[in-house]
Design a protein. Structure first.
Length: 509
C-alpha cells in the first residue's frame, strides 16, 4: 500500500487494516490504529509505520483512545518468506528472549549486524526494539485482562526487571501500569499450587469461520486433546514447562470479534509464546476480507466463499508434532490416522499439570523414535521412515520451525525417505502458515473439485484433475491454501451426507 491508500483507510476508519500498520501524527506525538475515531490528521502531519516498534523508535507513544496494540496482528509475516518475515515469526515465538539477538541471527543464517540492517530497512526497527514492542503488547494484555501482580506481569511479558517494565509501559503508553489497569475491566487470574490460571479474549478480524474447530475435532488425540464444534483444549509442551489451554468458538458482536481462551501454565514466562502459538493455530491474524475478495473472483469457488466466509487455515502448536501427524496420516483416512496417533500417544510423558481428562503430552520426537516400531502398524518401510524422521528431529539432525521459509522447509523434508511433495507442502501450511499452497493432488481436493465443477469424474486420473485445479486456481494466489481449505470443507460435507460419495482421502492430520 502506498501513502494515499493508507491515508484513505484511516480517513474511512477502516477496521480491516487495524494491526497492519500504525499512523503516527507529528502534531500530537502519538500513533494510532487505522480505525481510531479521532479526527483525521492532515496528511502533512502523518507518517505510516509498518510496526509499532518503529513508531516507538521514532519517539511516538500509543494512543490512549484506540489502544493500537489491542488488535489482531498482521498476516504479512505468513505471506513473506524473506528474512524479515522469518525474523518476525521467530521474535513472536520468543526467540530473542530465549537466545538473544545473536541466537536469532544464527537461526536465520545472518550476522547480528546484517540482521539489524535488514530489519531496520524493512520494518524501521531492529530486533531488540521489535521484541520490546512485543513485550509491551503482552504486558498491556495482562494488565487490562487479568488481576496478576505487577511483578508477575513484568516477568510473564519477558521483562528482565520491574524497573524495565515500568519504564517501558510509561514510555509506550504514557500511563503507569496502575493507570493502564484502572482504565479497563479485568478478570481474576488466580495462582493455585504453583500454577497460574488466566482467562483472556484474543482479538480477531471478522468474519471468522468456526469450522476450524470441526477440523481439529476430527483429528483430536484422546488424552492429549479434546475438541468439539465449539471448542478445543489440549496440553502443550513449552520452552519453560508444561501448559494447557482451552479456546472457545469466536463470538462476533456489532463492535468486535474475539476468541475466549483459558490458560493454565506451569511457568508464567511461557505465556507470550503460548499466546503466539494459539494465534497461529487458529489463524487469528488473517485478513478474511482480502482473502475472500480474491477467492470469490474465481467462479467455481465463489459459491463456497459465499456459504463459508472467513475460512481459516489451521496451524499448529509444535512443528515436530505436525510433521509426525502428517507422516502417520499419509495414504490413510483421517479416522485411521487419528486411531494410530491415539495408540502412539501412550508413549507420551505424563503432564506435570493436573487437568481432568488430559493424561498425556503429545509424544516428543524422542518418544516416537523409541516406540514407533512397537506401537505402529503398517508396512515396515513406512514405519521405519517415521522412526528415522523422529530420530533426526530428536538428535537435531533435522530442525524445522517458524524460522524456515517454504523453500528451505521443502529442502529439508523432501530428501528424507517417506516424505513427498504433499507431506512437505501440508507441513508448510500448518507450521509456517504458508498461504499459497495448493494440495491439488490430494484425493479429497480432487474429488471435491470434480463435484464442484462437474468437470471430469472420480475415475479420471488424479494427475489430470490436479492440473485442472492448479490451472483454474492460479489466479487466486497468494491465497491458494485457503482455496484448499474450502475444497476440504466441501469434501467433508459431502462425506457426512453420503459416506460413499468420496473415497478415503489422504488424511490431513
Amino acid at each position: 500500500m502506498d501513502f494515499w491508500q493508507r491515508y484513505r483507510a484511516i480517513d474511512s476508519r477502516d477496521t480491516r487494516f487495524d494491526g497492519q500498520f500504525v499512523t503516527a501524527v507529528s502534531s500530537t506525538g502519538i500513533y494510532c490504529r487505522p480505525s481510531c475515531p479521532a479526527r483525521t490528521p492532515k496528511p502533512a502531519n502523518v507518517t505510516f509505520y509498518r510496526t509499532s516498534a518503529a513508531a516507538h523508535e521514532a519517539g511516538f507513544r500509543a494512543c490512549k483512545r484506540c489502544l493500537p496494540e489491542a488488535v489482531p496482528g498482521t498476516p504479512e509475516w505468513n505471506l513473506r518468506n524473506d528474512a524479515a518475515g522469518r525474523a518476525m515469526r521467530l521474535i513472536a515465538d520468543g526467540e530473542v528472549d530465549r537466545s538473544g539477538v545473536s541466537g536469532l541471527a544464527l537461526r536465520l543464517g545472518y550476522s547480528t549486524r546484517q540482521l539489524n540492517r535488514i530489519l531496520r530497512e524493512e520494518l524501521g526497527a531492529g530486533p531488540l526494539a521489535l521484541a520490546r514492542a512485543a513485550r509491551a503488547q503482552t504486558a498491556r494484555t495482562l494488565l487490562t485482562g487479568t488481576d496478576l501482580l505487577f511483578s508477575d506481569v513484568a516477568f510473564a511479558a519477558g521483562f528482565s526487571s520491574i524497573r524495565q517494565f515500568n519504564d517501558t509501559v510509561a514510555e509506550v503508553y504514557a500511563l503507569t501500569p496502575s493507570q493502564l489497569r484502572g482504565a479497563s475491566a479485568h478478570r481474576g487470574s488466580p495462582v493455585d499450587g504453583g500454577r497460574t490460571t488466566l482467562t483472556l479474549t484474543l482479538p480477531v478480524r471478522p468474519p471468522y469461520d468456526n469450522g476450524i474447530f470441526t477440523f481439529l475435532q476430527a483429528r483430536a488425540v484422546r488424552g492429549v486433546e479434546e475438541a468439539s464444534a465449539h471448542g478445543y483444549a489440549r496440553l502443550v509442551r513449552l520452552p519453560g514447562g508444561h501448559g494447557w489451554f482451552r479456546a472457545e468458538a469466536v463470538a462476533v458482536s456489532a463492535a468486535r470479534a474475539g476468541m475466549k481462551v483459558s490458560i493454565v501454565l506451569e511457568k508464567l514466562a511461557d505465556l507470550p509464546v503460548l499466546l503466539t502459538r494459539i494465534r497461529r493455530l487458529f489463524d487469528l491474524d488473517a485478513d478474511p476480507a482480502a482473502i475472500d475478495t480474491v477467492l470469490a473472483q474465481q467462479p467455481d469457488l465463489a459459491p463456497l466463499v459465499r456459504s463459508v466466509p472467513g475460512i481459516r487455515l489451521p496451524g499448529g502448536v509444535d512443528p515436530h508434532e505436525i510433521l509426525m501427524r502428517a507422516l502417520i496420516g499419509q495414504q490413510v483416512t483421517v479416522k485411521a490416522a487419528t486411531g494410530a496417533l491415539t495408540v502412539l500417544a501412550a508413549s507420551g510423558s505424563e503432564p506435570r499439570l493436573a487437568v481432568d481428562g488430559f493424561t498425556r503430552l503429545f509424544p516428543s520426537a524422542a518418544d516416537i523414535a523409541a516406540s514407533a516400531v512397537e506401537l505402529l502398524r503398517g508396512p515396515a518401510r513406512r514405519i521405519e521412515a517415521i522412526r528415522a524422521t523422529a530420530e533426526a528431529l530428536s538428535d537435531g539432525t533435522l530442525d524445522i520451525g517458524v524460522g524456515d521459509d517454504l523453500q528451505s522447509l521443502r529442502g529439508k523434508l523432501l530428501p528424507l525417505a517417506g516424505i513427498g511433495p504433499w507431506t512437505a507442502d501440508y507441513v508448510a501450511m500448518r507450521v509456517l502458515g504458508a498461504t499459497d499452497v495448493l494440495l491439488g493432488n490430494d484425493a479429497a481436493v480432487c474429488n471435491a473439485w470434480v463435484a464442484l465443477t462437474g468437470r471430469g469424474s472420480p475415475a479420471v486420473p488424479r494427475t489430470r484433475t490436479d492440473r485442472d485445479v492448479a490451472g483454474a486456481l492460479s489466479g487466486v494466489s497468494p491465497w491458494r491454501s485457503y482455496a484448499t481449505m474450502h475444497l476440504w470443507r466441501s469434501a467433508s460435507a459431502r462425506t457426512a451426507t453420503n459416506p460413499r460419495s468420496i473415497p478415503a482421502e489422504r488424511a490431513t492430520s
